[in-house]
Design a protein around this ligand. Structure first.
Ligand code: 2IT
Length: 446
């Protein structure tokens, strides 16, 4: 395999799909060496098949807003790869959603899901519906209209959507209600991230952030460091940022920044329960601004137009959106003494930022390893649904711990360089790739 040849061909076929091309390029560069040691992969054209989704559903979603006006959005579901299990991955509602964004997310999901140790293929879906400023009734009508189109293409052993940016427990509830009405079957395991009274798993809401901090703990322990007393800057203030801030605080770190599209909140005293609870209120308000946090808690200061990376910190945790931490941000963090960066958002760092962290020799780990606890706990939700039982919070948390430890071990196994530096990007990509490639090989040319 020659990375340049494959990338040139993909760019020709999918011009301008920048996020998708970026995600593929990173994986191909990581695995090139290992891939070329396996002529059987080359012969079966594993890479050429793996970089294209199995299929894409694109559909129109029409709904009526509170003023009685008719609105039309675009909906998508990308079933990327089903070599190791049914399609699995979140749904994103955001005004910038397009096929490139969902293809990058579906591609990443395939490798991430392989890392979880659970049998799940990769998928992603979403819509350019913008939840900002929408009423609860509008969100419900949109979710219902979205599911009206999607329901026939998903199922507990076919494709299992969940939340992502703009989709949380409320949206999953509305989508599930419509699914059930249309399918005339309960099919509990068709969606994950459900409410606790109707098949949801304890710890699923916390899992992405908690899992990320378990991963960071392992990474730090391996490097002989501790999170106790460390300062942490977090971008975003949604579900993932909330879980990460909660666990970081519990582990003795000080979360000194959270941010939104409007700016950053500098929070020098760190979090407490009241502040963590207020993050959930902010997210549920659908306003997509973080400034009110500093109005409510006078020890915090709002700095408009600035990113979380402008705050001096030990550990940087992007928890919001792809490419939210660029080369300039990385340079600023490094100049301020940051010694660990872990992507909790998918592809949170640009390639320039990753290169800067790695060449500075600081700890860096990619989203598909760090944030895999979210989808892993979705996998645990599916297991409980299939068994018609529910596990205690302690039981789920223990399994999540084990999974994050396994992912960390896989990254170390495949990513340790000759000079001793652990390249977690390489480690995660090779470990995920080997599993999916082997499965594809054994299943023949399909
Ligand atoms: O990016 C992700 O892993 C998610 N949004 C969670 C997907 C899932 O199926 O739980």
């Amino acid at each position: 395999m020659k990375v340049q040849t494959i990338m040139a061909e993909l760019e020709r076929k999918h011009p301008g799909e920048n996020e998708y091309l970026q995600a593929v390029q990173e994986v191909l560069e990581s695995i090139e060496e290992v891939y070329n040691l396996h002529p059987e992969f080359e012969k079966a054209k594993i890479i050429e098949r793996m970089v294209e989704p199995d299929r894409i559903f694109t559909f129109r979603v029409t709904w009526v807003d509170d003023r009685g006006e008719i609105q039309t959005n675009l909906g998508y579901r990308i079933q990327f790869n089903s070599a190791i299990g049914p399609y699995k991955g979140g749904i994103r509602f955001h005004k910038a959603v397009n096929p490139s964004m969902l293809k990058f997310l579906g591609f990443e999901q395939t490798f991430k899901n392989a890392l979880t140790t659970l049998p799940m293929g990769g998928a992603k879906g979403g819509s350019d519906f913008d939840p900002v400023g929408k009423s609860d009734a509008e969100i419900m009508r949109f979710c219902q209209a979205f599911m009206w189109e999607l329901w026939n293409n998903i199922g507990p052993d076919t494709d299992v959507p969940a939340g992502d940016v703009g989709v949380g427990g409320r949206e999953i509830g509305y989508m599930y209600g419509m699914y059930k009405k249309l399918a005339r079957e309960y099919n509990t395991g068709v969606l994950t991230g459900k409410g606790m009274t109707w098949g949801g798993s304890l710890i699923r809401p916390e899992a992405t952030g908690f899992g990320a901090l378990y991963f960071v703990e392992h990474m730090l322990a391996k490097a002989g460091k501790s999170i106790q007393g460390a300062t942490v800057a977090i971008s975003g203030f949604g579900n993932v940022a909330w879980g990460a801030a909660t666990k970081a605080t519990e582990l003795g770190a000080k979360v000194i920044a959270i941010s939104g599209p409007d700016g950053v909140v500098y929070n020098p005293e760190g979090m407490n329960q009241q502040k963590l609870d207020y993050m959930l209120v902010l997210r549920a308000s659908n306003q997509n601004v973080v400034a009110p946090f500093a109005e409510k808690f006078p020890d915090a200061t709002f700095i408009p137009g600035k990113k979380a990376w402008s705050i001096k910190c030990d550990i940087a945790l992007p928890c919001a959106f792809q490419n939210e931490l660029n080369g300039d941000d990385a340079a600023e963090l490094l100049a301020n003494g940051t010694w660990c960066a872990a992507e909790v958002s998918n592809m949170g760092c640009t390639p320039e930022a990753i290169a800067a962290f790695q060449s500075a020799g600081i700890l860096f780990a990619p989203g598909k390893a760090v944030n895999a606890g979210g989808v892993a706990t979705s996998g645990l939700e599916m297991t409980q649904n299939a068994m018609h039982i529910s596990w205690s919070a302690a039981e789920v948390d223990q399994k999540l711990h084990y999974i994050m430890e396994s992912i960390h071990a896989a990254c170390v196994k495949y990513g340790t360089q000759e000079d001793g530096y652990i390249n977690y990007v390489k480690g995660a990509n090779i470990a995920g790739f080997m599993k999916v490639a082997q499965a594809m090989l054994e299943q023949g040319i399909v």
